[in-house]
Structure formats: structure tokens, C-alpha cells
Design a protein around this ligand. Structure first.
Ligand SMILES: [Zn+2]
Length: 164
């Protein structure tokens, strides 16, 4: 496990100071955030949240996939979520490639990924509109569930709400 020595050592320090054991698995602020896996995004920090406040769903491109919908259903009916913010970001790698580009790149390494859909984002506004609609029209989620969209600017730290 030597590849993980740094994080295991950091965790030992973390556990020594740990003070959140009283939290439950419910989202204390009733919020779910769907965002990208981009390492520049600190969802709790940029939204003024702490551990226990929100459900954070992350994937490449902040896309509302079937698995995100599955998770939102559980978050809403079991874990106290009452509002959903979909939060893609500027300079996203998913907006710079197409699925075909990714297939070509993996092919160079001898791997055939054509059976995977990467949900790349050729048009970020269109993708966000599509993803918000997916949540709003899901037959499995409450009709009156507030669903918002906002783009996080990785250069300024600002969140730009979008009216879609
Ligand atoms: Zn991204």
C-alpha cells in the first residue's frame, strides 16, 4: 500500500483531531450538489458548507447520468435532500474533447472504450440545460423539488447562477 502512505499518514492526524462523530447521514442543509471531479473544485468550501451539510455527487463533467438520478432519488427520499444544485465549471476537460477523441486516445494505449459513453460536453450551456431538465422531469423525483444550475469559475472562485 506504499502508494497511499501519504494519505494514510494524513488520516492518522485527521482522526486524532476528529470531532464530527455526532453527525448523521442526512444532509443537514437539505442540499445536493452535482459537480465535476475536477481537482480545483472544493464544493464545501466554495458554498460555505461543512461536513454533514450536503450530499456531493461528482463525476466527469458534472453530468446528470442514470447513476446520478438514482443517487438523487435516495438522497431525497432517505437522506433529507430538498434542493439540488448542478454545478459544472469553467475550463472543464470534458468540454475540450468529444467521446470520439477519448476513444482515439485510449486506442493508442491498446484499449477499446467504444462501449462506454463518456458524456463529453461540446456545448456547456446545452449540456446543463439538458441535465437540469433530466432532474426536473424525472418521474421519480418530487415535482416541486427546487433545481438550480450554476457555473463555477475556477479562475475567480465565483459561482455564476444560470437561468435555464
Ligand atoms: Zn470538469
Amino acid at each position: 500500500m506504499s502508494e497511499f502512505d501519504d494519505v494514510l499518514a494524513a488520516n492518522a492526524d485527521y482522526a486524532r483531531e476528529f470531532a464530527s462523530s455526532g453527525l448523521t447521514g442526512r444532509a443537514a442543509r437539505g442540499l445536493a450538489v452535482v459537480t465535476c471531479m475536477d481537482s480545483r473544485i472544493d464544493p464545501l468550501g466554495l458554498l460555505g458548507l461543512s461536513s454533514g451539510d450536503a450530499k456531493i455527487l461528482r463525476n466527469a463533467g458534472a453530468r446528470v447520468t442514470d447513476d446520478v438520478l438514482r443517487t438523487l432519488v435516495l438522497a431525497v427520499y432517505l437522506l433529507g435532500v430538498e434542493r439540488v444544485l448542478v454545478m459544472p465549471h469553467t475550463d472543464c476537460g470534458m468540454a475540450k474533447v468529444t467521446d470520439a477523441d477519448v476513444h482515439d486516445l485510449t486506442q493508442l494505449r491498446g484499449v477499446d472504450t467504444r462501449s462506454l459513453e463518456f458524456h463529453t460536453v461540446p456545448d456547456q450551456d446545452a449540456a446543463l440545460r439538458h441535465d437540469l431538465t433530466r432532474i426536473r422531469t424525472s418521474p421519480f423525483l418530487p415535482k416541486d423539488l427546487p433545481v438550480g444550475g450554476a457555473i463555477y469559475d475556477v479562475r475567480t472562485g465565483r459561482l455564476l447562477p444560470v437561468a435555464l
